[in-house]
Design a protein around this ligand. Structure first.
Ligand code: FDA
Length: 416
């Protein structure tokens, strides 16, 4: 969409189209675009301070990504969240908001609503029952604070004139003193993700950094795929490295390539055309194990020796791929060293990722250099705020993205 110097943005060919709605006639203190994690939190915070708040979303239900998150249990925060867990062109931008609204603050809210939770891995907090409890909590809070929510509402035109923001929607026009953009990233378009927030940022002269799918499975070329597909469904504890970044978590073989937490984590750092290095047995020493097996059990099949370190299926597939057959006694040191290399330093160059279709988040987005780190307000446009995933702040896997959504939402909500 071309940049519009009049600060008017049209999201369809006929912006005057207004099929159903009537304008509310109200002047809102803030209109929030997007009823996801960040938008609802901003709405609750601002409405709780007595502000007249309208939250708009084109989806038929609020908080859909919360509902499907964490395998339906929502990893709603991480107790260790700090700037080191986030990727951004300005890694310090998130500090102020994260300090002003901490994981413990969110846990307090969860406890007030008697939502049972547990710590799964270090610091990662999940609902005991269902992610729907978090959505219900946010909707209850918004209603109790007096915030208004309009779902199934298309955003057609956003304008700024006479000191007010005018939002033309499929239900009529709304006006507010402030506009909060909380429309998220591009991941999972079939759940309603759009690039609206980026278009609005550009309309008002903010820079948008290139976006990319992240926390996403990596895909293989046809030749590599045959190996991975044969192992589809198998998972191992692995250490995955890219440059200086490393993660030790589960790795899952898939029909398309690799997935699992360690791979999703590294996908946020991986650069196209370059290899990731994988240690498939981080607690073992392959060379020592095989040399010992050659002495103690010379007639053992090579794949069986390898299976003391790796799941049987994987051991067999690696031995086959490397063309190693027969007894371990028949394998020279050079071959054993080669096996050691592929087990502990398997270098693989993915051809790509599964993209926005399955990605949990979007890297890049609204450049933080145009925003206040305390309030999320655009420096050059008083009254305009960007929060949540639409901003160039992306968390690692493990509850960090929701903590950013809550914290940036609260930062804006307190400033509105
Ligand atoms: P979010 O995407 O939540 O909300 C944006 C809202 O804007 C949506 O309701 C959308 O409908 C609306 N919208 C978009 N375009 C619009 C338009 N044109 N007009 C009107 N409305 C529009 N994170 C985490 O910390 N722990 C976890 O367990 C998980 N798990 C997880 C699983 C899966 C499958 C995914 C896809 C993602 C996660 N995440 C996660 C990431 C997390 O869901 C994400 O970072 C937050 O939801 C971002 O919150 P936002 O409010 O910024 O965007």
């Amino acid at each position: 969409m071309p940049e519009d110097k009049t600060n008017t943005l049209s999201f369809e060919t006929n912006p005057s189209h207004n099929p159903t709605g009537k304008p509310s006639g109200k002047l809102w203190d803030a209109i929030i675009l997007g009823a996801g994690a960040a938008g609802l939190m901003a709405g609750i915070t601002a409405a709780g301070r007595g502000k007249r708040v309208l939250v708009l979303d084109h989806a038929r239900k609020a908080g859909e990504k919360i509902r499907i998150s964490g395998g339906g249990r929502c990893n709603f925060t991480n107790l260790d969240a700090s700037a080191k867990n986030y990727i951004s062109n300005n890694p310090r931008f998130c500090i102020s908001a994260l300090k002003a609204y901490t994981p413990k603050d969110f846990v307090k809210l969860i406890d007030q609503h008697a939502i049972a939770w547990h710590e799964k891995a270090a610091g990662q907090l999940f609902c005991d029952e269902s992610a729907k409890d978090v959505v219900a909590m946010l909707l209850d809070e918004l209603e109790a604070a007096g915030g208004r929510l309009l779902l199934g509402t298309e955003i057609k035109v956003v304008e700024q004139r006479d000191g007010l923001f005018h939002v033309a929607t499929s239900r009529g026009s709304e006006q507010a003193r402030a506009l909060v953009v909380a429309t998220g990233g591009k991941s999972i378009p079939k759940m309603g993700a759009t690039g609206l927030g980026y278009d609005i940022a550009k309309q008002f002269g903010l820079d948008v950094l290139p976006t990319r799918a992240a926390l996403v499975p990596l895909t293989f070329s046809d030749s590599q795929k045959t190996f991975a597909a044969g192992l589809a469904g198998l998972s191992v504890d692995a250490e995955v490295r890219f440059g200086k970044v490393r993660f030790r978590e589960g790795l899952l073989f898939t029909h398309r390539g690799l997935s699992g937490p360690s791979i999703l984590q590294i996908s946020a750092y991986w650069q196209e055309g370059r290899p990731v290095t994988i240690d498939l047995a981080p607690d073992g020493n392959c060379l020592e194990t095989l040399i010992a097996a050659r002495k103690s059990n010379p007639k053992q099949d090579i794949a069986t020796s390898l299976s003391t370190l790796l799941p049987k299926r994987l051991a067999k597939a690696i031995a086959e791929r490397e063309g190693m057959k027969g007894h371990i006694a028949e394998q020279g040191d050079k071959l054993l060293r080669k096996l050691d290399e592929v087990v502990h330093r398997w270098q693989v160059v993915p051809v790509g990722t599964e993209g926005y279709r399955t990605a949990e988040v979007t890297l890049g987005g609204v450049d933080t250099k145009g925003l206040s780190s305390k309030t999320m307000q655009a420096n050059a446009m008083p009254g305009l705020y960007f929060i949540g995933e639409v901003v160039d702040v992306t968390g690692q896997l493990g509850g960090y993205n929701f903590q950013w959504a809550w914290a940036s939402g609260v930062a804006a909500g307190r400033a509105l």
